[in-house]
Design a protein around this ligand. Structure first.
Ligand SMILES: [Zn+2]
Length: 308
């Protein structure tokens, strides 16, 4: 595709005009043949504005551009700013606040906020496949006071199920060793065991702490190794949940450091952003940017975002 961008300057120099960005999106999405997003027809007329197509199907005749159905649709934000935002958001290890992004790009904070959410939505897994092999499973709570307590105190409270209190939002994490991580905001209508079963293949080995909610997973999975944190046990040979816990503390630093207030409604998208960076950590920033740019699917309207 490209010779891999090495830094933000190269991205900005290359994608300097709306036209260049649009040509890139067209090549990427249509491979040379504009296709009507409404009916799938590949006969078209191009209008004089240089970007709008009119469908050649008499039954349809609708107008469209390459951004229909993508994160760029229906915004007045110029494409070069979108592309720069994608680079910045996916490359910054600890994320970036919309206030900072607004300053960096010269857009309003409202626009920057909207862009960050659409980009986070875009990097979420669209068709998640079951995780396999050895999977560390743990849950964490974002937004409460428990985070300031000592590890042992948290472990005891947690073993007793106390960590469910407060107005914290729970996040379930599954980390396949040597592969990647997935985070799901906890859906209170589902049991922890059901959540694990819908995300991890049954022939896997599960590692959790001793929370009661995980008891019984051994019946469903190849093996279930339990680490008893409340008894001060943290590692038993290769069995531990340190990788997922380490990821959680990174996630929390990123959320509290950049965003201060994350409403439960938006938390899944912050989780997407962080797990995406983790799962693409072997890639160079330029490669990650190009892969993200090629993922045109995924769309979130401003209405979805602001609705209660
Ligand atoms: Zn059409």
């Amino acid at each position: 595709m490209f010779n891999s961008f090495k830094n933000l300057t190269e991205v900005i120099l290359h994608f300097s005009t709306d036209k260049v960005c649009r040509e890139f999106l067209e090549a990427n999405r249509w491979n040379g043949t504009p296709t009507c997003p409404h009916c799938g027809c590949d006969k078209w007329y191009k209008l004089n504005d240089g970007k709008t197509y009119k469908c050649g199907n008499k039954e349809c005749y609708k107008k469209y551009t390459v951004t229909v159905g993508t994160i760029y649709e229906n915004t007045n934000i110029p494409l070069p700013k979108w592309f720069a935002a994608i680079y910045i958001i996916t490359a910054h290890k600890k994320g970036i606040s919309s206030i900072q992004l607004a300053k960096d790009l010269g857009v309003t904070q409202k626009s920057a906020w909207f862009m960050t959410h659409r980009i986070r939505e875009m990097v979420g897994e669209k068709h998640p496949e079951a995780l396999e092999n050895t999977v560390e499973v743990d849950e964490t709570y974002v937004g409460g006071k428990m985070k300031n307590k000592h590890k042992k105190v948290r472990a005891e409270a947690h073993a007793n199920g106390v960590s469910h209190v407060d107005n914290k939002t729970g996040v379930m994490g599954y980390l396949e060793r040597g592969a990647g991580v997935r985070l799901n905001v906890i859906d209170k209508t589902q049991s922890f065991k059901d959540m694990v079963k819908s995300n991890v293949a049954l022939e896997s080995i599960i590692i959790t702490d001793s929370l009661n909610a995980y008891t019984g997973l051994a019946k469903d999975f190849k093996d279930h190794e339990v680490i008893n944190h409340s008894e001060d046990e943290y590692v038993r040979g290769e069995w531990h949940t340190n990788t997922i816990e380490g990821f959680f503390s990174f996630l929390k630093r990123s959320i509290y450091g950049c965003y201060h207030n994350v409403s439960p409604k938006h938390l899944q998208r912050y989780c997407n952003e962080n797990s995406y960076r983790y799962n693409t950590r072997e890639l160079k920033d330029g490669q990650r940017f190009e892969i993200t740019l090629s993922n045109l699917e995924g769309r979130l309207t401003y209405k979805n975002l602001i609705s209660k």
